[in-house]
Design a protein around this ligand. Structure first.
Ligand SMILES: Cc1cc2nc3c(=O)[nH]c(=O)nc-3n(C[C@H](O)[C@H](O)[C@H](O)COP(=O)(O)OP(=O)(O)OC[C@H]3O[C@@H](n4cnc5c(N)ncnc54)[C@H](O)[C@@H]3O)c2cc1C
Length: 372
């Protein structure tokens, strides 16, 4: 069993396999990163809160009973069931899991792009400028194909809240192609988020496509409305990972069937942001990983019937005060049952809801304290 990647989907797969097939599989993880970063908490860094937790990848992989190889996948030979690394090493597999994440691309040349690898560096100066009263109009923009939905709203709400606390007048606008804010969480949750944004004095322009032709200028389609602001913050666009030997779908994302098997090849599975599933969310990737692990466990002879991927999306929305908890059962990319609560409805109440990874990290934090 070979898992490629060192993020949420890869680690959830390894932990799930340890539970479902304790003695049946040899699991190896191939990843270039030495640490697993808890990406959702990076949004707090520019506001002076503690850094997002970082965990040694070797420890997590070891605790899942797997072996870690440091390296990068170069290409896959599905006929020989072999992968080749960038260092020209060949590794054979009985089953291969691709959990490579997505490629982050800056959409607008004249905007600050949200990227968790350097969010503090990118946003810290902006927050200081808000606090010092140098900035009075800010736009938060989502490009046509949305990346992760939560951080855009979290940054807008936290920035507006910081300005309010400092007695600074700040006009904050979110421009988004969604029909309503966080529409993937369904009607009820989206309406409640709308009300939350209004109370925080954040204007939301929905069903809108933005261009940023010059610094401080946002053109909104349809209608060619123009917004003049001091700064623009934007989500990136995501693309799938290009892997030679693996069929690709639109924008490079990996096409999978309801059991998360990669279409058109055998014994290759995929989970997480790398797949074509339109909602890019750690919790969704973890559920795909659980689906993959069940399929592989059945392949390895475990007595279970693999379930189909049937996503439930949980989102903890950070605000300038207490967080809100959103849940939706999804079909076709839109929530069909939708709820927002002040208290968590999943356990542990983590930003990334993951059956195995979330309780594992919670226990690790209790044992050694969160690391940053
Ligand atoms: C600022 C921010 C806030 C977010 N907030 C939330 C939230 O509140 N809740 C939530 O559920 N989700 C949230 N997300 C989304 C969530 O972080 C992602 O959906 C999740 O990280 C995707 O997991 P993944 O394992 O698919 O990909 P990744 O986390 O991107 O991991 C991919 C892994 O593959 C490795 N890799 C890449 N290429 C290769 C290669 N060629 N060979 C070997 N390894 C390779 C990488 O090194 C990495 O370890 C947020 C994201 C951001 C950026």
């Amino acid at each position: 069993m070979l898992i490629v990647g060192g993020g949420v989907a890869a680690l959830e797969t390894a932990l799930a396999l340890a539970d479902l097939t304790p003695d049946r599989t040899d699991v190896t993880v191939l990843a270039p990163n030495g640490e697993f970063t808890y990406r959702p908490m990076t949004v707090r860094e520019p506001f002076g809160y503690s850094a997002a937790q970082r965990y040694p990848l070797a420890q997590v992989v070891h605790d899942a009973g797997a072996a870690l190889i440091s390296g990068e996948l170069a290409w896959v030979d599905p006929v020989r069931r072999t992968i080749h690394t960038e260092a020209d090493e060949a590794l054979e597999y009985d089953a291969l899991v691709l959990a490579l994440g997505a490629t982050v691309t800056k959409r607008y040349a004249h905007a600050l792009t949200i990227d968790d690898r350097d969010l503090d560096d990118t946003m810290h100066g902006l927050i200081q400028d808000v606090e010092s009263g140098y900035i009075h109009r800010l736009a938060f923009v989502a490009p046509g194909r949305m990346a992760w939905p939560l951080p855009l709203y979290e940054l807008a709400l936290m920035t507006a809240g910081r300005a309010y606390d400092m007695g600074i007048t700040l006009q904050t606008t979110v421009v988004t192609p969604e029909e309503g804010p966080l529409a993937i969480f369904g009607q009820a949750a989206s309406s409640a988020v709308s009300a939350l944004l209004s109370r925080a004095n954040v204007e939301t322009i929905t069903s809108a496509y933005a261009e940023v032709p010059h610094s401080g200028e946002v053109i909104i389609h349809p209608g060619d409305r123009e917004l003049s602001v001091d700064r623009v913050v934007a989500l990136p666009e995501l693309f799938g990972p290009t892997v030679r030997g693996v069929p690709r779908g639109e924008h490079g994302f990996i096409r999978v069937d309801p059991y998360c098997r990669v279409r058109g090849v055998e014994r290759i599975y995929a989970a997480g942001d790398a797949t074509e599933f339109p909602i890019k969310q750690g919790g969704v990737g973890a559920q795909q990983a659980d689906t993959v692990a069940e399929s592989i466990a059945a392949l390895a002879g475990a007595s279970l019937t693999p379930s189909r991927f049937n996503p439930v999306i949980h989102g903890m929305l950070l605000t300038d005060t207490r967080p809100r908890y959103l849940t939706a059962h999804i079909t076709g990319g839109q929530g069909f049952s939708s709820e927002i609560t002040d208290a968590p409805t999943w356990s542990p109440p983590s930003k990334i809801a993951a059956k195995y990874l979330a309780p594992y990290l919670e226990e690790l934090d209790l044992l050694v304290g969160p690391r940053s």
